[in-house]
Design a protein around this ligand. Sequence first.
Ligand code: GLN
Length: 192
Amino acid sequence: MRVGVLALQGAFREHVMLLEALEVAAVSVRLPQQLEDLDGLIIPGGESTAIGKLMESYSFYDPIKLRQGQGMAVWGTCAGAILVANSVLDGVEGQRSLGLMDITVRRNAFGRQVDSFEVDLAVAHLHGGDFRGVFIRAPWIEAVGEDVTVLARHEGVVVAARQGRMLATVFHPELTGDPRIHRYFIEDVIGA
Ligand code: GLN
């Protein structure tokens, strides 16, 4: 199994390290050709407008959509969740997303006072207790389509969701050292 991490901007190294700790072949993806033999792709947190512009410059949009249509699993974390969404609220003028997942995401939704915070989350399908959610200028998932399963909420707001071979988390599971969501992506989402 080969899992790529889009390595254009943001917290991609931490994802690579966690995948390697799980003994998965991890690929830092810098060019669209590297998508060809991947079973899954992680789009990391960072700045969605910056990642989006770099995706445009390196012509990533169509190849990611094509490979996803062929069965490559995709997981977006934080800025990555914005990039996989069908619809983005409070984006910058003309902000583009891949539109892979039937979710509506609101950028920077948790507001300035709580720009960044940590909280324990009950995440569906994870064993061994709550998962520490690290939120950094996080978006939230404001609406989900019929085919989307909610995996976690914080104060009623959806913060993790799955649709088939697509996963979105608005917090940063790569920053806690807890590999359970990475394992879930590998075993349940890619493995499905
Ligand atoms: N606020 C960022 C954005 O809109 C996301 C922050 C993050 O990925 N930690 O892209």
